[in-house]
Design a protein around this ligand. Structure first.
Ligand SMILES: [Zn+2]
Length: 67
């Protein structure tokens, strides 16, 4: 008799990567996906995220922390 077996997701599988979005000043559009997001720090010490707009390829930036 055949058995249906559902394996648990092993721990070594990569976790789903959360999409980071930001405001694109070139397109004036919100919620653009930030490619290659990097955690940076502003001069005033606040955390920010810098990357490339997935839509137009220009630099995109937002205030906040990468999770
Ligand atoms: Zn853009």
């Amino acid at each position: 008799m055949a058995q249906v077996y559902i394996a648990n997701c092993p721990d070594w599988l990569p976790r789903q990567i959360a999409v980071v979005t930001g405001y694109c000043v070139y397109e004036k559009k919100k919620n653009r996906e930030i490619k290659n997001p990097k955690q940076i720090k502003l001069k005033n010490g606040r955390p920010a995220i810098k990357g490339t707009c997935a839509s137009c390829g220009k630099a995109i930036f937002r205030i906040g922390k990468l999770k």
